[in-house]
Design a protein around this ligand. Structure first.
Ligand code: FES
Length: 113
């Protein structure tokens, strides 16, 4: 079974953008999101490290106003988009769960296991 998600790079409109996706094989309908930030692609589970809740305040809205940090909608934990590390808030020092990515010419492959 091919346990990956392929996302076309053209779906990103501007830098500091995200694309939300479902993880179909997970028991509890988990989600992940692919981040395009500073010219790099990173993928994380859509799950805060403080409590087991989604990060986004609206579907696929992860960034703060200045598009510099990922912010948890529940208690405001602040994460670095490039590493997933929480730098402020109740889970400071922990990191988002990262998914491996492989960048190709026109698309990004996200591995789900
Ligand atoms: S659940 Fe994310 S900061 Fe509390």
């Amino acid at each position: 079974m091919d346990n990956s998600v392929i996302i076309n790079k053209n779906n990103f409109k501007k830098s500091a953008d995200t694309i939300l996706f479902d993880i179909p094989s997970a028991e509890n309908k988990e989600q992940g999101f692919l981040v395009w930030f500073d010219g790099e692609f990173k993928a994380y589970l859509n799950q805060c490290r403080h409590m087991d809740v989604c990060l986004d305040w609206q579907p696929n809205e992860f960034f703060d106003e200045d598009k510099k940090f990922i912010v948890c909608a529940t208690h405001g934990a602040v994460y670095l988009p490039s590493t997933g590390e929480c730098i402020s808030g109740p889970c400071k020092g922990k990191s988002l769960i990262e998914l491996k990515v492989l960048e190709k010419k026109n698309e990004v492959v996200v591995f789900l296991d």
